[in-house]
Design a protein around this ligand. Structure first.
Ligand SMILES: [Zn+2]
Length: 157
């Protein structure tokens, strides 16, 4: 059996498939307060992005760290039992996210991911949103979007 408790598991399970999770609502209300206009769960776009900002041709995904395997994040732990099961599952999630991102980018959308754990510092999330949503004219910044996790790690130490 898993060490993970049934309550914990159902909490986790509930997160991946359901829309309108609390982290997502947090990001939505933040964007709203920042004055951005957005649409939700557009089914006509690959991956049915959580939040779509048509004006900026940007989509925002709010990802749970556990399911979407936030790199080097304490919440992206692997349960100790049924390791194969979990790793297969995680791998599928990672591949799906990757496919979604590629599909969106190929039709000209910018993809921004907000990780659940980042929401503990709402100001830095706001900062990230502003930086990434506003600069879409600057093509070179597209790369930064996906590199920010790495660059965020303190390279000074
Ligand atoms: Zn995380």
């Amino acid at each position: 059996m898993d060490k993970i408790t049934p309550e914990r598991r159902s909490w986790n399970m509930g997160r991946i498939h359901s829309a309108n999770t609390k982290p997502e609502l947090t990001v939505r209300s933040l964007l709203h307060r920042m004055g951005y206009r957005f649409r939700l769960h557009r089914k006509d776009l690959p991956g049915k992005p959580d939040i779509v900002l048509p004006k900026y041709k940007t989509v925002v995904f709010v990802h749970g760290c556990f399911w979407h395997r936030h790199a080097d994040c304490q919440y992206a732990y692997t349960p100790k039992s049924r390791v194969d099961f979990w790793e297969t599952k995680f791998q599928k999630n990672i591949e799906r996210d990757e496919k979604t991102r590629t599909a969106l980018e190929s039709i000209g959308w910018k993809v921004l991911v907000i990780w659940e754990c980042e929401l503990s510092n709402i100001e830095s999330v706001a900062d990230k949103l502003v930086k990434n949503i506003c600069n879409r004219r600057n093509k070179t910044n597209g790369q930064r979007l996906y590199g920010f996790q790495a660059s965020r790690k303190n390279s000074s130490s």
